[in-house]
Design a protein around this ligand. Structure first.
Ligand SMILES: [Zn+2]
Ligand SMILES: [Zn+2]
Length: 323
């Protein structure tokens, strides 16, 4: 017996969703452990970072690479497509650790939130997740980004942007990318590997616009990794009282206390969660001020009080979801 949306298994259980979200990284720009905490240890040493000396990374939720999400999207034809959001400084390590663990064979599309180092400096390694050809005669991977990010990346990685070889220039096996500009506008969606995304422009510092993304038809997911302030149209678009309740909000939180000029800290993050009122939220972008187990206990309490389940995500976390 089958319903329109779900196959019903023999035992009557609905089959689990075939798409999923894989958190490739949940840490700040410096990543965790913060190297300074290990080479110039404080007295007493930083508890969160020093754990990395005794606990292997795969068992240590306080070991956090640069924020990045991999969407394993299973469309109507049953085919899996892998959509990568951000390619930071730690991308190679994330591939070695989590592509192998979750058996991810390749990346089909890339989406960039902005052009800061922790979002783009791994772009050279995209070649390792593309098909191999000795002559580099492969279909370029589509990569979606803002015009501003495009201009900056053309300076950082000219060899990834240039299309034509100069006369006499030998072929080099560099990543093959098809650059596609997206607008800073919630109402201008684009489709990557069959899945529709709406850009969510947010302030990341008062002089800088970064993009988050809204995706999923059956479950509405918003991913916002770098934010210091919501722009009113974006906030409206993803809030329960506005454009509709999110099933999952993935949101930036940098420090435990106070405020920061380019990121939300814990108090602003929790305020935003209350205003947007998603069904569930997961936090990313944490520094070593956050201790995974301890702060998730606090959040359990907070969630019971506020009626919105919120937890810190961790690297490698895979969430099955119907998109
Ligand atoms: Zn530390
Ligand atoms: Zn940034």
């Amino acid at each position: 017996m089958a319903t329109a949306d779900h196959e019903v298994a023999e035992n009557g259980n609905v089959e689990p969703p075939r798409s999923s979200l894989i958190f490739l990284g949940t840490g700040c720009s410096s990543a965790l452990p913060n190297a300074m905490c290990l080479i110039q240890p404080s007295d007493p040493p930083c508890h969160v970072c020093s754990q990395s000396l005794s606990i292997p990374p795969e068992q240590n939720p306080n070991y956090r690479c640069n924020t990045s999400l991999l969407i394993d999207y299973c469309g109507g034809d049953g085919d899996h497509k892998y959509i990568l959001i951000d390619v930071g400084k730690t991308f190679r390590e994330q591939v070695l650790r989590w592509f192998t663990y979750h058996k991810i064979p390749q990346v089909d599309s890339v989406i960039l939130t902005h052009e800061h180092a922790d979002a783009v400096l791994g772009l050279d390694d995209i070649r390792t997740v593309q098909p191999y050809s000795s002559t580099n005669d492969i279909d370029p991977t589509p990569i979606y980004l803002s015009q501003y990010a495009m201009e900056s990346i053309a300076l950082k990685f000219p060899y990834l942007v240039k299309k034509k070889l100069k006369p006499g220039q030998e072929i080099r096996r560099v990543a093959q990318l098809d650059w596609k500009i997206v607008e800073n506008d919630c109402k201008k969606p684009f489709v990557a590997s069959g899945l529709q995304f709406s850009p969510l422009p947010v302030m990341h510092g008062e002089d800088y616009v970064c993009l988050g993304f809204l995706f999923g038809e059956r479950c509405r997911v918003a991913y916002i990794s770098d934010i210091s302030r919501f722009l009113p149209p974006t906030e409206y678009y993803i809030s329960k009282d506005g454009g509709g309740q999110l099933d999952l909000l993935i949101l930036d939180t940098l420090y435990k206390k106070g405020s920061h000029n380019t990121h939300f800290c814990f108090p602003q993050t929790l305020d935003a969660v209350k205003r947007l009122c998603p069904k569930r939220a997961l936090l990313i972008g944490m520094t070593h001020e956050f201790d995974h187990h301890k702060d998730n206990e606090f959040l359990m309490e907070w969630s019971r009080r506020e009626g919105i389940p919120v937890q810190l995500a961790r690297d490698g976390l895979r969430i099955p979801i119907e998109l």
